[in-house]
Write a protein that binds this ligand. Structure first.
Ligand code: GDP
Length: 436
């Protein structure tokens, strides 16, 4: 009998940057396989080790644990140039992944003309910009759906590679016009083969790999990138990413089934942030928002763009808990709320007529008229930074956390009280106890 109950998924419940990387890093030591299943180099985690932070975009965060086998799933998009840069940064830090990585042969590639198309579109969209990272992620997923994508498995057939690329390349050329600065088709294929050569032995069938792992009783950790409110189906469309970053993406991005999963940890900050445009009813455009941004260091890791900040938004988190079937919360960055006189919790939304809105709207236009219903809680004077037990939490923080968990409809399984590995604790009596 195969025991799948130990397989665990970590998924974002807000608009990303929740601190998933820390939790994945903490837990990976307990797992033999760590799997990335969607997203491209538009996502990424920051993990802090011995006070030094390392940003990982495409390589699974388990890289830092030598006992972890790294699996790049079929739903992941790889930009090979960036992938190599990441591997070499890891190797400069003494992290070697040789012999412990497999890349799905079904995973698609990001090509130079995908990037050109992405930037061309964002450049001409004016006020309607989605605010993509301009790294070709959207176009690469579009080409996948249009059956014009190029997969890792295609790299094993160099003779037909150019033909595989041709259809998407010619379409982009037509759209961008003759004056667009694009490398030639031949140059793209040649560069791809050059970049792919050292990776060819790693390309394989990850579904079979994970099945074998399960047969051997080896536990698997699935690490989500981005988050549910950015999910192309269940997020704030069209201000979303181009993949399913909630639970469905785990299954399509690995070929495993729901029966292969034991637990789902949904990760959220003790407040809310969002990067770029799109609905965010909890946004605070005042000194409280500025304070969350400064103390929480809410600035984009690559662009330095300030993130929009607000109180914890229970309606969006509850939606994400339900969508993912989250068994518990990984609640991060409680320490950022230290020292506030009052802490807010968005418990619901009211529409233009003042009526309570029971479910999240699907259209951006309907989001625009929502007003958050905020309940204020007394802040705490004693700092929570570095607190490692329930007993050491200030009483006011406990009251706030109990209300938050009830409103989000999920118990807190892990509470994070600082960026370092040992700042935080697994909630006593809940499923992560004994795993950290
Ligand atoms: P991810 O994409 O969800 O992994 O999120 P990020 O990589 O953007 O991580 C969020 C940032 O918050 C990182 O710089 C972490 O080191 C930091 N962080 C994680 N947990 C905590 C915490 O409990 N308190 C504080 N102050 N920072 C944290």
């Amino acid at each position: 009998m195969i025991d799948r109950s130990r397989n665990l998924a970590i998924l974002g419940l807000q608009w990303g940057d929740e601190g998933k990387g820390k939790l994945v890093d903490l837990l990976s030591a307990r797992f033999r396989h760590v799997v990335r299943f969607q997203g491209g180099n538009n996502a990424g985690h920051t993990v802090v080790v011995d006070g030094q932070s390392i940003a990982l975009h495409q390589v699974p965060s388990g890289a830092l644990h030598t006992g972890c086998f790294l699996v790049v799933g079929s739903g992941v998009l790889l930009n090979l140039e960036v992938f190599h840069q990441e591997l070499s940064r890891l190797s400069q830090r003494g992290v070697d992944v040789t012999g412990r990585m497999i890349i799905s042969d079904k995973a698609h590639l990001i090509l130079p003309h995908h990037i050109a198309l992405d930037q061309w579109r964002e450049g001409r969209a004016g006020a309607n910009r989605i605010g993509t990272t301009g790294r070709g992620i959207g176009p690469a997923y579009e080409m996948k759906a249009a059956r014009m994508g190029v997969r890792k498995g295609d790299l094993k057939h160099p003779d037909s590679l150019q033909e595989r690329i041709r259809a998407s390349y010619e379409e982009v050329r037509l759209l961008l016009g003759a004056e667009a600065q694009l490398p030639s088709l031949e140059a793209i294929a040649a560069q791809l083969m050059e970049q792919a050569r050292p990776l060819l032995p790693l390309i394989g069938d990850i579904q079979a790999h994970l099945r074998e792992a399960q047969a051997k009783g080896e536990p698997i950790l699935f690490e989500g990138a981005q988050a549910t409110l950015l999910d192309i189906d269940h997020g704030t469309y069209p201000f979303v990413t181009s993949s399913n970053c909630s639970i469905g993406g785990l299954f399509t991005g690995t070929g495993l089934s729901h029966k292969d999963l034991g637990y789902v940890v949904g990760v959220a900050k003790a407040y809310t942030t969002r990067v770029g445009a799109g609905p965010m009813p909890s946004e605070l455009q005042d000194a409280s928002g500025d304070r969350l941004r400064e103390v929480g260091r809410e600035f984009g890791t690559t662009t330095g763009r300030p993130r929009r900040c607000g109180w914890f938004d229970a309606p969006i988190t509850r939606h994400a808990v339900r969508t993912n079937g989250a068994d518990g919360l990984g609640l991060m960055k409680l320490d950022v709320l230290d020292g506030l006189d009052q802490v807010g919790l968005v418990i619901g939304y009211r529409d233009g007529e003042g009526g309570l809105v029971p479910n999240l709207p699907s259209c951006a236009q309907d989001w625009a008229c929502l007003r958050p219903e905020v309940r204020m809680y007394k802040g705490w004077t004693q700092a929570t930074r570095g607190v490692r037990s329930l007993e050491a939490l200030p009483r006011e923080a406990r009251i706030y956390l109990d209300a938050l968990a009830e409103a989000a409809e999920a118990p807190i399984a892990y509470l994070s009280t600082g960026p370092d590995r040992d700042e935080g604790f697994a909630w006593p009596g809940r499923f992560l106890e004994g795993m950290l």
